[in-house]
Design a protein around this ligand. Structure first.
Ligand SMILES: [Zn+2]
Length: 96
């Protein structure tokens, strides 16, 4: 399974996170690994130019950080799932 920023099968830039660390092409349904998304929020850094197209359905788990200077256009559907409850996360970490 390749790692991808865009679909290597059909070239679509629209990849949807279907489970932690897995992206599926919106157009041809190919599935890719996305190690940079595993357990982390998404950061769009200064200088980036990101466009979520009209057909995009993007789900970001853990929040989205957009740095000053980044260009971000959201034309499609963007769902940001809130990070977990900090108290529960702390409690879970203390058990291990
Ligand atoms: Zn594709």
């Amino acid at each position: 399974m390749p790692t991808a920023d865009h679909c290597s099968e059909c070239g679509s830039p629209t990849l949807v996170e279907i489970s932690p660390g897995q992206l599926q092409c919106h157009y041809c349904s190919a599935v890719f690994r996305a190690p940079r998304l595993e357990g982390a929020s998404v950061r769009i850094a200064k200088g980036a130019n990101v466009i979520f197209g009209k057909n995009a359905h993007v789900i970001i788990k853990g929040g989205l950080q957009i740095d000053d200077g980044a260009q971000v256009a959201i034309e499609g559907e963007l769902t940001i799932l809130a990070p977990g409850d900090p108290e529960r996360i702390r409690a879970a970490r203390e058990k291990t």
